[in-house]
Design a binder for this molecule. Structure first.
Ligand code: EPU
Length: 302
């Protein structure tokens, strides 16, 4: 979608919003799939309410994009514009055991930055791509830990109240790959309270997690991480593997040979191909195990 209304376009610079015409979501997502639309990069949290009022008054629908690492976007010209926070500098400020982190900060860099200052706990998240905001929204986790455990406070834009609000950690529920945030809440910043640990010890944990990840996941390939959530007490990857579906393809969309819950874009897969592969695998798992797998990846298809 292109913003045609000249009044909207003219108002953007004063709001600290940068307009990228016809951005390719394939270039903004780790899966490398997705059509084109206008991209609005927000440099100032305080202008979000005015920006959304402006878009609403012009009838321009929007979606919030984080780091694009857990996202499958539809093909062609997309029927909404995309909003993304610009990363401030600095994006992490430490105060004792509390890290004040902007939602646009890179998750991996946040883990290593805190580690270098003897703050641990998040070792398992090393190698999880994306932003801190995206990790918060999904309650990203790996190797027995989840980011929600360290959240002291979240600053977010609440679409329901059209205001910036601060929530304390206890006001948010963090479950397996799920949080109590509303779908249209926009994460802005977080205070993480992290345990003190010597850098060397954290580094050792980071190395172990990196090694485990490298040996079991297709890291060099375009993917959105795990496609399905694990059903209670079971592993989606193991089930898909047991059905012999590694390597199954639709066009260039392919079930990874390394980890069956990773679906990779081998070259130029379309969203149509990837969605067909996801639906096909889901159906076979249902047929064989009587389990309805839930998508872990977020799907923006129209
Ligand atoms: N397995 C197979 N074949 C496969 C893949 C896995 O038999 O192709 C088996 C493994 O041998 C193991 C079991 O299934 O016995 C579980 O596999 P793994 O340890 O790789 O963990 P997972 O449950 O598949 C979860 C998360 C990952 C996270 C890892 C490490 C989900 C859906 N996946 O994977 O998160 O990195 O644990 O903690 O919760 C993601 O969120 O995108 C993601 C990749």
């Amino acid at each position: 979608m292109r913003i045609e209304d000249a009044n909207i376009v003219a108002a953007l610079p004063d709001l600290g919003v940068e307009l990228g015409r016809g951005a390719s979501l394939a270039e903004l997502t780790s899966l490398g799939i997705g059509g084109t639309t206008d991209l609005l990069r927000i440099k100032n949290h305080e202008s979000i309410a005015s920006l959304l009022n402006l878009l609403d008054s012009g009838g321009v629908p929007h979606r919030f994009l984080g780091g694009g690492s857990n996202l499958l976007v539809g093909d062609g010209e997309l029927p909404w514009v995309v909003l993304q926070l610009a990363r401030p500098n600095p994006d992490i400020v430490l105060e004792g055991n509390v890290a004040h982190v902007d939602a646009a900060a890179d998750l991996g860099r946040t883990v290593t930055y805190c580690a270098k200052h003897d703050l641990g706990g998040m070792e398992g998240l090393i190698g999880v791509p994306g932003t801190v905001g995206g990790a918060l929204r999904m309650n990203a986790g790996a190797y027995g830990m989840q980011i929600g455990s360290y959240v002291r406070e979240v600053k977010l834009y609440r679409a329901a109240t059209r205001k910036i609000e601060i929530l304390r950690g206890e006001q948010i529920s963090f479950e397996y790959r799920h949080t109590s945030f509303a779908p249209d809440d926009m994460m802005l910043a977080v205070k993480l309270e992290l345990p003190s640990k010597p850098y060397k010890e954290i580094l050792q944990g980071i190395r172990i997690c990196n090694e485990k990840r490298r040996s079991s996941q297709p890291l060099g390939q375009k993917s959105a991480g795990c496609i399905f959530k694990n059903p209670p007490g079971a592993s989606a990857g193991r089930m898909i593997d047991e059905l012999g579906l590694k390597g199954l393809s639709v066009g260039d969309a392919r079930v990874s040979d390394r980890h069956a819950n990773f679906f990779v874009n081998a070259k130029k897969a379309s969203a149509k191909d990837m969605l067909a592969l996801v639906a096909g695998v889901r159906e076979r798992v249902h047929w064989a195990f009587h389990v309805e797998l839930e998508h872990e990846v977020v799907i923006w298809n129209a």
